[in-house]
Design a protein around this ligand. Structure first.
Ligand SMILES: [Zn+2]
Length: 417
């Protein structure tokens, strides 16, 4: 329970905590009166009135007409979340695309854009410039231009220090110890976007947040989300809580050794799952004619996936064999996770969704052979309905949740220009 009295230290934190408490109460009980918020939170009516006034002024809550007759207590004006003023922004940078998603305070999608992008050619600094330009352009879109930006969450396929926003290692982007959060904030300032909170996290961690909050299995407490981009990553949710490991670097399923020897991985090792069942590995074997020198430039990935799916659909024996073998390797990797973590479901995301009709039968057969628990569920492995927007959506949803938890500052009104 939050304290209603302000201590000598941390008045700010108490108020931020109470703000979050009130937001959570309104989100849960809306429409509800100030008196009901006070009852639900244990705060005094005067504290509730003072904080609600601030939240209404800043466009987080709004008044929604008088209470219906017959409600318990004094009739009052009802409160609800204001979905008209704030935008939470998520941006995913991956090897071959940038995806931006904006959500309102009730996590409805306001805006979504997907742009082909070759992150390796752009390099880390060039990528930051393009990310900042895309963000600045998107925020002037009529769908967003009148809204206050709650914050910007960046999803990156790599090992991230979320406290500092440093990308420790992103093998497929070829970034190492890159101060993404700091440099992106500086680049945004050049576009006039000062003081917007920026956070950076791993794409798979944010993907599983998106699946948990708005995917077709929303609310399921035990989920594993597998990214199907050039690399493979896993976001793990246990009892509704993301599992991050002792230093935040957990979930690197792509670099889990599944065989001795084998093809060389982007991380420099051999035998990694990603080198056998990652999208780049699949395309190199399935559609080598599209990648004449074996390289896979970022702007070629989406097209090669589409062609591989078309050829599989047409019965191309070579492509079907590659997808079957890749599905088997994927099954070996998932069997380790399922035996270890016992999730309700494993959700395949990214480009895996397009190739799932041919990957899944072999993957599921290997899983059945290697799962030790007596599971009968035919739908253990499912495909995401969030497409290539999962990580960006998860980043935006994380901001809304952070606001509710009092972890990020309540934004001020956007200055009219
Ligand atoms: Zn590896």
């Amino acid at each position: 329970m939050a304290r209603d009295t302000e201590g000598r230290n941390g008045q700010h934190m108490v108020r931020a905590g109470n703000l979050g408490l009130i937001l959570r109460a309104v989100r849960r009980h809306a429409p509800c009166s100030r008196a009901e918020v006070a009852a639900a939170t244990g705060l005094t009516k005067s504290t509730v009135s003072s904080i609600v006034a601030e939240l209404v002024d800043r466009g987080l809550l709004r008044e929604a007409g008088a209470a219906a007759e017959g409600r318990v207590g004094r009739p009052g004006v009802m409160l609800e979340m204001d979905d008209s003023s704030i935008a939470a922004i998520g941006l995913e940078v991956n090897v071959d695309y940038l995806t931006i998603v904006a959500l309102d305070l009730v996590e409805q999608e306001l805006f979504s854009r997907h742009a082909d992008f070759d992150a390796r050619s752009a390099g880390p600094e060039g990528s930051v410039r393009q990310m900042a330009a895309l963000l600045a352009r998107s925020l002037t879109d009529p769908l967003l231009a009148e809204r206050t930006v709650l914050g910007i969450g960046i999803a990156v396929p790599g090992l991230i220090d979320p406290v500092t926003g440093i990308v420790r290692y992103a093998p497929n982007l070829r970034w190492r110890d890159f101060r993404l959060g700091e440099l992106l904030s500086a680049a945004l300032a050049e576009h006039g976007l000062d003081d917007v909170p920026v956070f950076v996290d791993n794409d798979a961690n944010l993907g599983v947040v998106a699946e948990h909050r708005c995917g077709h299995l929303a609310g399921t407490p035990g989920l594993i989300y597998i990214t199907g981009e050039v690399g493979i990553g896993a976001g793990v949710l246990v009892d509704g809580v993301p599992l991050r490991g002792s230093s935040g670097y957990g979930g690197e399923i792509g670099h889990m050794p599944v065989t001795r020897g084998g093809p060389r991985c982007g991380c420099g090792r051999q035998g990694c799952l990603e080198a056998l069942a990652g999208i780049a590995a699949i395309l190199r074997r399935a559609t080598p004619d599209l990648l004449p020198d074996g390289s896979l430039p970022g702007d070629a990935v989406a097209r090669a996936v589409r062609v591989a799916a078309e050829r599989a659909e047409a019965g191309d024996a070579h492509v079907l064999r590659v997808l079957r073998e890749s599905g088997e390797w994927l099954g070996h990797g998932l069997a380790i996770l399922v035996n270890l973590l016992d999730p309700r479901a494993v959700v395949l995301g990214g480009y895996f969704v397009q190739l799932a009709p041919w990957l899944l039968p072999a993957c599921e057969a290997v899983l059945r052979d290697h799962i030790v628990a007596p599971r009968q569920d035919a739908d253990l492995v499912q495909t995401s309905v969030l497409g290539l927007s999962a990580a960006a959506r998860g980043a935006a949803a994380t901001l809304v949740n952070d606001l509710d938890q009092g972890r990020i500052p309540v934004p001020g009104r956007r200055p009219s220009s």
